[in-house]
Write a protein that binds this ligand. Sequence first.
Ligand code: ADP
Length: 628
Amino acid sequence: MKSQPSEPGPDSVSRDPAAAGAGTEAPPSPLRALAEPVQGRLAVAVALQAVAALAGVVPFIAVSRIAGRLTGGSPAGGDVLWPLVTLACVAGLLALACGTAAGALAHLADNELQLTLRRRLARHIGRLPLGRLTDKGTGEVKQAVQDDVSALHTLFAHTLLDVVAVLTAPLLALAYLFTVDWRLALVSVVPLLLGVFLFSRAMAGAVAQMAEFGAALGRISAAAVEFAAGIAVFKSFGRGRKAHERFVGATEGFADFFSGWVRATLVTSTAAVLVVAPAVVLLLLSVVGAVFVTSGWTTGAELVPFLLLGPAVAAPMGVVGPRIQQIRAGQAAAVRITALLHTPTLTEPATPAVPDGHQVSLRGVSFSYDGHTDVLRDVDLDLAPGTVTALVGPSGSGKSTLASLLPRFHDVSAGKVTLGGVDLRDIPATELYRRVGFVLQDVRLLRASVADNIRLGRPDATDEEVERCARAARIHDRVLDLPDGYATELGTAVTLSGGEAQRLSIARALLADAPVLVLDEATAYADPHSEALIQDALSALAAGRTLLVIAHRLSTIRSADRIVVLEDGRITEQGRHDELLAARGRYATLWEAQRTAQPDRTDGDPGRPPAPTAVARAADDIREGSAR
Ligand code: ADP
């Protein structure tokens, strides 16, 4: 096996995937760059294929010469015919051998290319920031690893050799025909020229039409997603018909566009296919040839090679359309793969450091997703070990973004985040994730057994430890109800509900036992029973840890040690619940708004104590020292 090519460093390329594809720095085309490790073998395959294509024409030439000898009037002895027969056989065998070798070599080269690319992609994706692997990101990953690598297979293992064959064989055939009779040779070029002319007429404006074609397909796809996602809502209001209106509209729009396009090009494209069809070329050469022979301009024997080889001259035009399509698909795939391979990865520290303690500090932290607009601005925050800090603020104020910096889903754009006095960027990933855990709303479960899903953070945990954490996370009873208990494979026969999956992820975090924890308290999608269980599970998880909570309902964080109010990416207030209420600032307004909107969630009756919630109880636990 060849050694793996070294991966280009993220800094050596544009951060903008579109720019990477657009090639503003005029680097070698993405396709060439990707094929570089196997280009030697591909070149040999191309050469073999050219030999095969040329050798494939020779038997036709030999047969036409034999026919010429037999019909030419002069006696044709074995000494004249046998060498031609031998030549035809040898050339035929050579064509077969070279064609097979070219196909095998191209497939072997492509096989290694696929392996190399998939390994590079897997290695690179493994080093991408977690924040990059959102739903959009995972779609992109699937497209690159599967579909795009397959598009390259079609290109390198099939299209490349086809193109070589359809270009070289006609050239030799034509060259030979010119040596026989240049006038008839010119006639045999006519269908090819006519085909090129008609084909380019049919393709005129194709770039614009293809763009509209893609846009129309995109509209159908968007309308289909909208249709699937919204149909339940529309139906529940008795407006099922409304749900598919846009989808049907987009489909009709596409059908109108497509039939208009086909109508406009139907005659020319059909004519282009017809004029190069072998039967049509044969007919043309037979008629013109008959005129030549009867007029005494050529002999019947000289007409034979035209009838045998003439149809091959125009043949490439017949396959050019699909091949161009495959080449474009391969180029687009290469651009996407290259863009993904050039997405900056998290840097591993040059001199790794080990945190001293679990104090988390953010100093002058700013962060931007797009490199332009700051979503967080100049944030200073300290999370003392064993305390609960809650992030509150309007939707879009940057709570999730701030929380995502602790488990290094993204790196800060300015400032620094430290754990135990060490910049997160200087802590090796394995060390960091031993210390910082997270339970987010969007729970990802692996296609593995329940036990393995829980063991993710500590693969060596015993069955008893797994079960203890599952009990604490209030998921043990549900697991026992599954067909194979803890050995049940998830994602195949069994799918857990959202609330159950969340409790399982809490069990996972409990077992991993990270001292610093980021958690998203949203339980909005859970039913009341499940929500109560999740609150209990979170309570177990929070006890004794340094906790950063993204709070969606203020009632849940009343007893937090510190409440931090974020607005437009800045910390505008912080303090304890009572202090912030007394300050009558932004928090007091948010509190009042939620109290009015959800009297059952907050204490609508000021005299009634609020229901204890996970974080509230955890904060109490921590203060009372009842923690681990
Ligand atoms: P909150 O959690 O307070 O609702 P977020 O941290 O999710 O706020 O979002 C803060 C801002 O960052 C919003 O303007 C949001 O649109 C933007 N944002 C969030 N995630 C991304 C992302 N992956 N890419 C680009 N922008 C994002």
